[in-house]
Design a binder for this molecule. Structure first.
Ligand SMILES: NC(=O)c1ccc[n+]([C@@H]2O[C@H](COP(=O)([O-])OP(=O)(O)OC[C@H]3O[C@@H](n4cnc5c(N)ncnc54)[C@H](OP(=O)(O)O)[C@@H]3O)[C@@H](O)[C@H]2O)c1
Length: 332
């Protein structure tokens, strides 16, 4: 089968189209013919092995010191059609349209993938595709949706509360804005100027361009600050919280985690971070919210599998709004 193989750690052109062996499903696995996948910030970070220090050293030991040896095919989310199932699989039948995440092993930049029927927190999550979405749209929903849901739940967001979402125009952020609205919160989104209209269109009450304004200098205070991207300083985020507020970090540095643990112990503001859990039941909830018109993945551009290098360059350009899709099959 065709796949995009990551030949070494580095810039987008380390990605090469190649032929690899088609996987065979085990007894508890589903073989999926992938129609569409996405290029996420996480894919680019994995390709370049560009992580905070506390993560990059263990990742290099896990995945190969000089070049990728375990995870050669990246890509963390997909939509496609079940091609075959293992003998113990009961929830999916051949021909079913599905969407999901791959978990830690990645592998979605390929024509086929096997995923466990039931998944697991590190093995991804699989569910039937929302009927209202194309494969391309559906591929852009699972990762951002699951991450946003996980962190907003940790934030314990209530009806009527005010939330500031930093990095609101990206993959996780566009889902977080819509989910926060669904939970009844009043949303302010922070991102680059080009994404201000988008933030309004998906439900943000206010949008702040971080290149022009400092959200922490305007005196507004929030019940929750959700920093998706990890580029706003700890002090600015804490300053923007009401007493008793919650500060949630999806992409914390080691210093943020240490300061956060101390601040949570000694003050009345809570600092929350950690890796998101990907659960099939949450993906079913996301499917239902999409079908109920409460949530819609934002797709910016679509590329062909052969254009993975260009797709990565675009994602790293800073112009991406929401998600970038890779069409693997003609319908993707
Ligand atoms: N903890 C976890 O479990 C977990 C899980 C998945 C992902 N992550 C991490 O979370 C991060 C975000 O993921 P994502 O997929 O949502 O990324 P994304 O799609 O690139 O979205 C990030 C958004 O933040 C914007 N941004 C950049 N600098 C900013 C700043 N200083 N202030 C406000 N907005 C800013 C980006 O704009 P430009 O593109 O224009 O710069 C982009 O729109 C990634 O680093 C990813 O690895 C963590």
């Amino acid at each position: 089968m065709k796949a995009i193989v990551c030949t070494r750690y580095g810039p987008p052109d380390v990605l090469r189209l190649g032929e690899v062996e088609k996987p065979v499903p085990g007894a508890n696995e589903v073989l999926i013919r992938i129609h569409a996948t996405t290029v996420t910030a996480g894919d680019c970070e994995m390709r370049a092995l560009k992580f905070p220090l506390w993560l990059s050293i263990p990742m290099r030991f896990y995945n190969g010191l000089v070049r990728p040896s375990r995870i050669k095919i990246i890509g963390q989310e997909l939509a496609g059609e079940v091609a075959a199932v293992g003998k113990n699989v009961t929830a999916f039948r051949p021909g079913a349209a599905v969407f999901g995440t791959t978990g830690f092993n990645m592998g979605a930049y390929a024509e086929y993938i096997t995923l466990p029927e039931k998944g697991g927190e590190m093995d991804g999550a699989l569910a039937h595709k929302p009927v209202s979405l194309t494969y391309a749209e559906a591929a852009a929903a699972p990762l951002g949706g699951l991450e946003a849901l996980h962190f907003l739940r940790l934030a314990d967001l209530h009806n009527g509360e005010k939330i500031l979402i930093i990095g609101a125009g990206g993959s996780i952020g566009t889902m977080a804005v819509q989910l926060a609205r669904y939970f009844g919160a009043v949303v302010t989104g922070v991102d680059r100027g080009e994404k201000m209209d988008l933030l309004g269109a998906i439900g943000a009450e206010r949008a702040i361009d971080f290149t022009l304004e400092d959200f922490s200098r305007e005196g507004e205070q929030y019940d929750v600050v959700f920093d998706v991207v990890g580029k706003a300083s700890f002090a600015r985020c804490m300053r923007s919280l009401k007493p008793g507020g919650r500060y949630v970090l999806a992409n914390p540095s080691l210093a943020d985690m240490l300061r956060g643990a101390w601040a949570s112990r000694t003050g009345d503001k809570k600092v929350i971070f950690g890796a998101a859990k990907q659960r099939a039941e949450d993906l079913v909830l996301i499917k239902e919210l999409i079908e109920g018109g409460k949530l819609k993945p934002v797709v910016d551009r679509s590329y062909l599998l052969e254009q993975a290098v260009e797709a990565h360059r675009y994602v790293e350009s800073g112009n991406k709004k929401g998600n970038v899709v890779i069409a693997v099959a003609a319908s993707g």
